[in-house]
Design a protein around this ligand. Sequence first.
Ligand SMILES: [Zn+2]
Length: 187
Amino acid sequence: MGTPEVEVRRSKQRRRTIAARLEGNRVIVMVPSSLSKAQEKLEVERIVKRLLSRTERAKRSTDADLMRRAKQLSDTYLGGLAKPDSVRWVSNQRSRWGSCTPGERTIRLSDRLHDMPRWVVDYVLVHELAHLIESGHTDEFWAWVSNYPHAEKAKGYLEGFSAGARLDAGDDGDAEDDGEDGDDDRG
Ligand SMILES: [Zn+2]
């Protein structure tokens, strides 16, 4: 979210408590009119910051959301054949978007994907899920991935993003067990 507009409403009815709520991209803050201007400024800043961080957190999907989404995607595009044991967000994956350990059926997604469009996150999920069916980047693997309609667009998006961020664009997720790197993700 960008910086929202803040509207302060002073109220004689309010005694000590200050309250804030989000209306579209605007934050409405109700303050007791007894507050001094200096106090008001301080209190408004504090409550707006708290409200926004809470809103940001709520928007972010949890590991449980991710697992649910993975199941949906597997059912829709991979014939339900990809059955992960765990799917979770990780913050220590700086050079890869996602990774999969087929032997343990675990999938990890970099939390750098958090703020990306949904269809891009879905692509990385489908990519990693497909590794549960076919661990290498084989023709069969890409055939599964291409069932996802936005696969090519999402690959382009991530490559563009990586190029912009000077990250390695070739590592948008690869299976760890098969010993091969994600190099041929480019092709
Ligand atoms: Zn891969």
